[in-house]
Design a protein around this ligand. Structure first.
Ligand SMILES: Nc1ncnc2c1ncn2[C@@H]1O[C@H](COP(=O)(O)OP(=O)(O)OP(=O)(O)O)[C@@H](O)[C@H]1O
Ligand SMILES: [Mg+2]
Length: 269
Protein backbone atom coordinates (compact mmCIF):
# COMPACT_ATOMS: atom_id res chain seq x y z
CA UNK A 1 0.00 0.00 0.00
CA UNK A 2 1.41 3.43 -0.90
CA UNK A 3 1.86 6.22 1.66
CA UNK A 4 -0.97 8.19 -0.01
CA UNK A 5 -3.44 5.36 0.29
CA UNK A 6 -2.43 4.73 3.91
CA UNK A 7 -3.40 8.32 4.79
CA UNK A 8 -6.94 7.98 3.42
CA UNK A 9 -9.72 7.90 6.00
CA UNK A 10 -11.23 4.49 6.63
CA UNK A 11 -14.58 3.61 5.01
CA UNK A 12 -16.16 3.89 8.46
CA UNK A 13 -15.12 7.52 8.82
CA UNK A 14 -16.89 8.46 5.60
CA UNK A 15 -20.20 7.04 6.85
CA UNK A 16 -22.54 9.64 8.22
CA UNK A 17 -25.54 7.82 9.60
CA UNK A 18 -27.45 4.56 9.94
CA UNK A 19 -27.84 2.23 6.97
CA UNK A 20 -30.54 3.16 4.50
CA UNK A 21 -29.61 0.16 2.36
CA UNK A 22 -28.13 -3.08 3.57
CA UNK A 23 -27.68 -5.66 0.83
CA UNK A 24 -26.44 -8.99 2.16
CA UNK A 25 -25.32 -11.96 0.06
CA UNK A 26 -27.51 -11.05 -2.90
CA UNK A 27 -27.70 -13.45 -5.81
CA UNK A 28 -29.72 -12.89 -8.96
CA UNK A 29 -29.98 -14.68 -12.30
CA UNK A 30 -31.64 -14.20 -15.63
CA UNK A 31 -32.88 -16.91 -17.96
CA UNK A 32 -31.28 -16.54 -21.37
CA UNK A 33 -31.54 -18.59 -24.59
CA UNK A 34 -28.42 -20.55 -23.59
CA UNK A 35 -29.52 -21.12 -19.98
CA UNK A 36 -29.25 -19.20 -16.73
CA UNK A 37 -26.97 -16.18 -16.38
CA UNK A 38 -25.73 -15.44 -12.86
CA UNK A 39 -25.91 -11.64 -12.90
CA UNK A 40 -25.13 -11.14 -9.19
CA UNK A 41 -23.63 -13.41 -6.57
CA UNK A 42 -22.28 -12.70 -3.09
CA UNK A 43 -23.24 -9.04 -3.52
CA UNK A 44 -22.85 -7.09 -0.26
CA UNK A 45 -23.27 -3.34 0.13
CA UNK A 46 -24.35 -0.82 2.76
CA UNK A 47 -25.36 2.76 2.05
CA UNK A 48 -25.71 5.11 4.97
CA UNK A 49 -28.10 8.02 5.40
CA UNK A 50 -27.01 11.15 3.56
CA UNK A 51 -24.34 9.31 1.60
CA UNK A 52 -23.71 9.77 -2.13
CA UNK A 53 -22.62 6.32 -3.23
CA UNK A 54 -21.51 5.53 -6.78
CA UNK A 55 -21.53 2.01 -8.13
CA UNK A 56 -18.81 1.82 -10.77
CA UNK A 57 -18.15 -1.10 -13.05
CA UNK A 58 -17.79 -2.33 -16.62
CA UNK A 59 -20.75 -2.93 -18.89
CA UNK A 60 -22.72 -6.05 -18.00
CA UNK A 61 -21.37 -6.38 -14.43
CA UNK A 62 -24.85 -6.12 -12.89
CA UNK A 63 -25.12 -2.43 -11.91
CA UNK A 64 -28.63 -1.95 -13.30
CA UNK A 65 -29.72 -5.32 -11.95
CA UNK A 66 -28.79 -4.28 -8.42
CA UNK A 67 -30.50 -0.92 -8.89
CA UNK A 68 -33.66 -2.69 -10.11
CA UNK A 69 -33.62 -4.91 -7.00
CA UNK A 70 -33.35 -1.83 -4.76
CA UNK A 71 -36.14 -0.17 -6.78
CA UNK A 72 -38.29 -3.26 -6.15
CA UNK A 73 -38.54 -4.01 -9.88
CA UNK A 74 -36.60 -7.29 -9.61
CA UNK A 75 -36.24 -9.91 -6.87
CA UNK A 76 -32.98 -11.50 -5.74
CA UNK A 77 -32.90 -15.30 -6.01
CA UNK A 78 -31.23 -15.39 -2.59
CA UNK A 79 -30.08 -12.93 0.03
CA UNK A 80 -32.01 -9.80 0.88
CA UNK A 81 -31.91 -6.03 0.66
CA UNK A 82 -33.13 -4.05 3.65
CA UNK A 83 -34.40 -0.51 3.16
CA UNK A 84 -34.25 1.27 6.51
CA UNK A 85 -34.25 -2.14 8.17
CA UNK A 86 -37.21 -3.68 6.29
CA UNK A 87 -37.02 -6.11 3.35
CA UNK A 88 -37.88 -4.54 -0.01
CA UNK A 89 -41.16 -6.05 -1.24
CA UNK A 90 -41.77 -4.01 -4.39
CA UNK A 91 -41.65 -0.52 -5.86
CA UNK A 92 -42.69 2.45 -3.73
CA UNK A 93 -42.76 6.23 -3.54
CA UNK A 94 -40.09 5.98 -0.84
CA UNK A 95 -37.57 5.63 -3.70
CA UNK A 96 -37.11 8.24 -6.45
CA UNK A 97 -35.68 6.87 -9.69
CA UNK A 98 -33.85 8.57 -12.57
CA UNK A 99 -33.10 6.26 -15.49
CA UNK A 100 -30.73 6.82 -18.40
CA UNK A 101 -33.69 7.78 -20.54
CA UNK A 102 -35.21 10.75 -18.75
CA UNK A 103 -38.75 9.31 -19.23
CA UNK A 104 -40.63 12.58 -18.74
CA UNK A 105 -44.36 12.63 -19.43
CA UNK A 106 -44.50 14.32 -22.84
CA UNK A 107 -48.10 15.51 -22.32
CA UNK A 108 -47.32 17.32 -19.05
CA UNK A 109 -45.49 20.61 -18.55
CA UNK A 110 -42.20 20.67 -16.67
CA UNK A 111 -43.83 21.67 -13.39
CA UNK A 112 -46.58 19.08 -13.75
CA UNK A 113 -43.93 16.41 -14.37
CA UNK A 114 -42.25 17.40 -11.09
CA UNK A 115 -45.55 17.60 -9.20
CA UNK A 116 -46.70 14.18 -10.40
CA UNK A 117 -44.99 12.00 -7.77
CA UNK A 118 -45.88 14.46 -5.00
CA UNK A 119 -49.57 14.27 -5.87
CA UNK A 120 -49.30 10.47 -5.99
CA UNK A 121 -47.91 10.65 -2.44
CA UNK A 122 -50.94 12.64 -1.29
CA UNK A 123 -49.60 16.19 -1.38
CA UNK A 124 -52.21 18.93 -1.83
CA UNK A 125 -52.21 20.81 -5.15
CA UNK A 126 -50.86 23.99 -3.56
CA UNK A 127 -48.07 22.36 -1.55
CA UNK A 128 -47.03 20.16 -4.51
CA UNK A 129 -46.80 23.28 -6.67
CA UNK A 130 -44.73 25.12 -4.09
CA UNK A 131 -42.36 22.17 -3.62
CA UNK A 132 -42.00 21.59 -7.39
CA UNK A 133 -41.22 25.26 -7.98
CA UNK A 134 -38.63 25.24 -5.21
CA UNK A 135 -36.78 22.26 -6.71
CA UNK A 136 -37.00 23.66 -10.25
CA UNK A 137 -35.44 26.83 -8.92
CA UNK A 138 -32.54 24.83 -7.44
CA UNK A 139 -31.84 23.09 -10.77
CA UNK A 140 -32.12 26.42 -12.62
CA UNK A 141 -35.35 25.69 -14.49
CA UNK A 142 -37.85 28.02 -12.83
CA UNK A 143 -38.20 29.97 -16.09
CA UNK A 144 -39.03 26.78 -18.00
CA UNK A 145 -41.69 25.54 -15.54
CA UNK A 146 -44.60 25.92 -17.98
CA UNK A 147 -42.88 24.55 -21.08
CA UNK A 148 -43.45 21.02 -22.41
CA UNK A 149 -40.55 18.53 -22.59
CA UNK A 150 -40.30 18.87 -26.41
CA UNK A 151 -39.48 22.57 -25.89
CA UNK A 152 -36.39 21.77 -23.77
CA UNK A 153 -32.81 20.83 -24.63
CA UNK A 154 -31.62 17.29 -23.80
CA UNK A 155 -29.70 18.54 -20.76
CA UNK A 156 -32.73 20.45 -19.47
CA UNK A 157 -34.87 17.32 -19.73
CA UNK A 158 -32.37 15.46 -17.57
CA UNK A 159 -32.46 18.29 -15.02
CA UNK A 160 -36.26 17.97 -14.90
CA UNK A 161 -35.88 14.22 -14.31
CA UNK A 162 -33.47 14.93 -11.42
CA UNK A 163 -35.84 17.60 -10.03
CA UNK A 164 -38.75 15.16 -10.23
CA UNK A 165 -36.89 12.61 -8.10
CA UNK A 166 -35.48 15.24 -5.75
CA UNK A 167 -38.89 16.75 -5.12
CA UNK A 168 -39.96 13.58 -3.26
CA UNK A 169 -39.07 14.68 0.26
CA UNK A 170 -40.44 11.42 1.69
CA UNK A 171 -38.11 9.31 -0.44
CA UNK A 172 -35.50 7.58 1.70
CA UNK A 173 -33.31 7.03 -1.32
CA UNK A 174 -32.73 8.38 -4.82
CA UNK A 175 -31.69 5.83 -7.44
CA UNK A 176 -29.91 7.03 -10.56
CA UNK A 177 -28.86 4.72 -13.39
CA UNK A 178 -26.35 6.48 -15.64
CA UNK A 179 -28.70 9.45 -15.99
CA UNK A 180 -26.24 11.59 -17.96
CA UNK A 181 -24.33 8.98 -19.96
CA UNK A 182 -25.92 9.88 -23.30
CA UNK A 183 -25.06 13.58 -22.92
CA UNK A 184 -22.00 15.25 -24.47
CA UNK A 185 -18.99 15.81 -22.18
CA UNK A 186 -19.50 19.54 -21.52
CA UNK A 187 -23.21 19.26 -20.79
CA UNK A 188 -22.56 16.18 -18.66
CA UNK A 189 -20.18 18.19 -16.46
CA UNK A 190 -22.76 20.93 -16.15
CA UNK A 191 -25.44 18.39 -15.15
CA UNK A 192 -23.08 16.91 -12.57
CA UNK A 193 -22.56 20.43 -11.20
CA UNK A 194 -26.34 20.93 -10.94
CA UNK A 195 -26.70 17.56 -9.25
CA UNK A 196 -24.04 18.26 -6.61
CA UNK A 197 -25.36 21.78 -6.05
CA UNK A 198 -28.81 20.28 -5.43
CA UNK A 199 -27.36 17.63 -3.12
CA UNK A 200 -25.46 20.28 -1.12
CA UNK A 201 -28.60 22.42 -0.74
CA UNK A 202 -30.85 19.45 0.07
CA UNK A 203 -28.70 16.46 1.12
CA UNK A 204 -30.25 13.08 0.25
CA UNK A 205 -29.10 9.48 0.15
CA UNK A 206 -28.15 8.70 -3.44
CA UNK A 207 -27.28 5.43 -5.17
CA UNK A 208 -25.77 6.45 -8.50
CA UNK A 209 -24.71 3.97 -11.17
CA UNK A 210 -21.96 4.90 -13.61
CA UNK A 211 -19.18 3.40 -15.69
CA UNK A 212 -17.37 6.76 -15.84
CA UNK A 213 -14.44 7.05 -13.37
CA UNK A 214 -14.33 10.87 -13.52
CA UNK A 215 -18.04 11.08 -12.79
CA UNK A 216 -17.64 8.79 -9.76
CA UNK A 217 -14.70 10.83 -8.40
CA UNK A 218 -16.62 14.09 -8.93
CA UNK A 219 -19.87 12.93 -7.32
CA UNK A 220 -19.27 10.24 -4.75
CA UNK A 221 -18.56 10.13 -1.04
CA UNK A 222 -17.75 6.48 -1.62
CA UNK A 223 -17.31 4.34 -4.73
CA UNK A 224 -18.23 0.66 -4.82
CA UNK A 225 -16.29 -0.96 -7.66
CA UNK A 226 -18.00 -4.01 -9.13
CA UNK A 227 -16.41 -7.05 -10.67
CA UNK A 228 -18.32 -9.01 -13.30
CA UNK A 229 -19.35 -12.58 -13.97
CA UNK A 230 -21.09 -12.72 -11.59
CA UNK A 231 -21.43 -9.14 -10.37
CA UNK A 232 -20.33 -8.33 -6.83
CA UNK A 233 -18.68 -5.49 -4.94
CA UNK A 234 -14.94 -6.07 -5.16
CA UNK A 235 -13.65 -2.86 -3.58
CA UNK A 236 -15.03 0.19 -1.77
CA UNK A 237 -13.11 3.45 -1.96
CA UNK A 238 -13.82 6.65 -0.03
CA UNK A 239 -13.24 9.92 -1.91
CA UNK A 240 -11.82 12.27 0.74
CA UNK A 241 -12.19 15.53 -1.25
CA UNK A 242 -14.39 18.36 0.03
CA UNK A 243 -17.03 19.87 -2.26
CA UNK A 244 -17.38 21.53 -4.64
CA UNK A 245 -14.61 19.51 -6.24
CA UNK A 246 -12.12 20.80 -8.78
CA UNK A 247 -11.70 18.34 -11.64
CA UNK A 248 -8.21 19.75 -12.29
CA UNK A 249 -6.91 19.61 -8.72
CA UNK A 250 -4.01 17.26 -7.88
CA UNK A 251 -6.12 15.37 -5.32
CA UNK A 252 -8.77 14.76 -8.00
CA UNK A 253 -6.07 13.33 -10.32
CA UNK A 254 -4.80 11.19 -7.46
CA UNK A 255 -8.26 9.68 -6.78
CA UNK A 256 -8.84 9.13 -10.51
CA UNK A 257 -5.51 7.29 -10.73
CA UNK A 258 -6.25 5.25 -7.60
CA UNK A 259 -9.61 4.05 -8.97
CA UNK A 260 -8.26 3.44 -12.48
CA UNK A 261 -5.44 1.33 -11.06
CA UNK A 262 -7.91 -0.61 -8.93
CA UNK A 263 -10.19 -1.28 -11.92
CA UNK A 264 -7.27 -2.56 -14.00
CA UNK A 265 -6.16 -4.73 -11.11
CA UNK A 266 -9.66 -6.20 -10.67
CA UNK A 267 -10.15 -6.84 -14.37
CA UNK A 268 -6.88 -8.79 -14.46
CA UNK A 269 -7.86 -11.11 -11.58
N1 LIG B 1 -33.61 -9.11 -19.13
C1 LIG B 1 -32.48 -9.81 -19.18
N2 LIG B 1 -32.48 -11.09 -19.61
C2 LIG B 1 -31.35 -11.82 -19.63
N3 LIG B 1 -30.13 -11.35 -19.25
C3 LIG B 1 -30.07 -10.09 -18.83
C4 LIG B 1 -31.23 -9.24 -18.77
N4 LIG B 1 -30.85 -8.03 -18.31
C5 LIG B 1 -29.52 -8.10 -18.08
N5 LIG B 1 -29.05 -9.34 -18.39
C6 LIG B 1 -27.66 -9.80 -18.24
O1 LIG B 1 -27.29 -9.65 -16.87
C7 LIG B 1 -25.97 -9.13 -16.76
C8 LIG B 1 -26.00 -7.84 -15.97
O2 LIG B 1 -26.75 -6.87 -16.70
P1 LIG B 1 -26.94 -5.37 -16.20
O3 LIG B 1 -27.90 -4.71 -17.12
O4 LIG B 1 -27.28 -5.38 -14.76
O5 LIG B 1 -25.46 -4.78 -16.38
P2 LIG B 1 -24.91 -3.27 -16.23
O6 LIG B 1 -23.73 -3.35 -15.32
O7 LIG B 1 -26.00 -2.36 -15.85
O8 LIG B 1 -24.39 -2.95 -17.70
P3 LIG B 1 -24.38 -1.53 -18.51
O9 LIG B 1 -23.21 -0.74 -17.96
O10 LIG B 1 -24.11 -1.97 -19.92
O11 LIG B 1 -25.71 -0.87 -18.33
C9 LIG B 1 -25.45 -9.00 -18.18
O12 LIG B 1 -24.72 -10.16 -18.49
C10 LIG B 1 -26.70 -8.94 -19.03
O13 LIG B 1 -26.48 -9.47 -20.31
MG1 LIG C 1 -26.95 -0.72 -16.82
Amino acid sequence: MSATVAMMPSEGQARRGPDVIHAAAIAHRYEGPAGWINSLQGFDLRISRGEFLCILGPSGCGKSTFLKIVAGLAQPTSGQVLLNGSPIKGPGVDRGIVFQEHALFAWLTVIKNVEFGLKMSGWSKASARERAMHVLDIVGLAQQAHLYPYQLSGGMKHRVAVARAWALTDAALLLMDEPFSAIDAINRMSLQDHLIKTWLIEPRTVLYVTHDIDEAVYLADRVAILKSSPGRVAKEITIPISRPRDRNAPEFARERARITEEMFRLSAL
